[in-house]
Design a protein around this ligand. Structure first.
Ligand code: PLP
Length: 401
């Protein structure tokens, strides 16, 4: 379809990536191409495709039509030039860091409460390989500008909405500041989804998604994607040809299908999360609710501005009053509808205990420094009726002392 870029997000979500020219017959829905290799009538032709003098596919690790259809769709939804898919969100984050030039002797800056595995990737693996990692507390005494000026990092990695404390990053200001110091800006936009926010329109250099979450949306596909310029996409593809963290064609097909209903799902999830957050904020057993849609949230105005009234995200977190691990476990065991499962962004309402799940691998001190207490619970709102979700939470909260 031509001129997709001029159409609304809902329209682009349905049609993006589909009906790439494929010979005589063009199916309405992109087919799954499981083939690993591609056949050409002559060796000259194969040689030309290998050399990128002719368009085509050679070998699944380098690229394939189904994966390309998904990459085209997600680049369209993030308003980027191009995208490279990966086998998981972590594969995507790792590749983006390497593509931007993270090597021994360089510095990376990130925020305190990013996803647990991202913290570990930076603080353990990359640190052991000679990379300096600085965790910045955006509300702390040492400002980001002071750290940038002192360390001139190659990369600033931030989450649009942080996991699990739902802090909202001022991407436009951070990007302007980081670029003054020659630092590239990598935004993990998983929690916001392309429906709420497009970081590339606000000068980010790379946008990353765990496709496993809102883009897939049904809890049945694992994947990752990085959206950037065509030039950066080439770097990412060259890297993935060597390290091989490729998205499979079946997964790509599911992810492409997920794109079509992304805005509808996220709209419902935002509405449900807002209802649940408001209800929890008034509950006597609840201490603190972290949700950007609440007026009490420190970045509520920023979130309103960045997300343009489309919503405030489908996830929230809260603390049960005076709760220790046993209390939280009892609450989660008492749930009947909401599922205690270690993922988010699905059509099902999911509840997670960050201290023993997403941030389990951090030490107790690291969690405390990030503000992740034992009593913290994260909810990812599904698309069920909000009254049913609230009724389930109510009976489970009543079951804890
Ligand atoms: C914000 C964020 N980024 C990245 C990831 C990693 O994604 P994946 O599990 O697909 O590797 C997660 C996983 O929970 C996440 O929450």
């Amino acid at each position: 379809m031509k001129n997709l870029g001029k159409r609304a997000f809902l329209t682009r979500a349905v049609h993006a990536g589909e009906r790439a020219p494929s010979g005589k017959h063009t199916p309405v829905v992109s087919p799954i191409h499981p083939s690993v290799g591609y056949f050409y009538e002559s060796m000259d032709e194969l040689d030309a495709v290998f050399d990128a003098r002719q368009e085509g596919y050679v070998y699944l690790r380098y690229g394939s039509p189904t994966v390309a259809a998904f990459e085209t769709a997600v680049a369209e939804l993030e308003e980027g030039e191009a995208a490279q898919a990966f086998a998981s969100g972590m594969g995507a984050i790792h590749a983006a860091l390497l593509a931007v030039g993270v090597r021994a002797g360089t510095t990376v800056v990130t925020t305190l409460d990013v996803y647990g595995a991202t913290t570990l990737l930076l603080q353990r693996l990359l640190t052991e390989m000679g990379v300096t990692v600085r965790l910045v507390d955006m509300t702390g005494p040492e400002t980001l500008e002071a750290i940038l000026a002192k360390t001139h990092p190659v990369a600033l990695l931030v989450e649009t909405i942080s996991n699990p404390l739902m802090k909202v990053a001022d991407i436009p200001s951070l990007a302007t500041l980081a670029h003054q110091y020659g630092t590239k800006v990598l935004v993990d936009n998983t929690f916001a989804s392309p429906y709420l926010f497009n970081p590339l329109l606000h000068h980010a250099d790379y946008v990353i998604h765990s496709v496993t979450k809102y883009i897939g949306g049904h809890g049945d596909v694992m994947g990752g994607v990085v959206i950037s310029s065509t030039e950066n996409r080439k770097k990412l593809n060259d890297l993935n040809r060597l390290v091989g963290g490729v998205l499979g064609p079946f997964e790509a097909w599911l992810a492409l299908r997920g794109c079509k209903t992304l805005p509808l799902r996220v709209r419902e999830q935002c509405a449900n999360a807002a209802r649940v957050a408001q209800w929890l904020a008034e509950h006597p057993s609840v201490d603190r609710v972290n949700y950007p849609g609440l007026r009490s949230h420190p970045q509520h105005n920023l979130a309103s501005r960045l997300f343009g009234g489309r919503g405030f995200g489908g996830a929230l977190s809260f603390e049960i009053k005076k709760a220790d691990r046993a209390t939280v476990f009892r609450f989660m065991d008492s749930l009947d509808l909401c599922l205690p499962a270690a993922t988010m962004g699905d059509i099902y309402t999911l509840v997670l205990h960050p201290a023993t799940a997403s941030h389990r691998s951090l030490s107790t001190e690291e969690r405390a420094r990030a503000g992740i207490n034992e009593g913290l619970v994260r909810i990812s709102a599904g698309i069920e009726d909000a009254n049913d979700i609230i009724a389930d939470l109510e009976q489970a909260l009543a079951a804890v002392p």
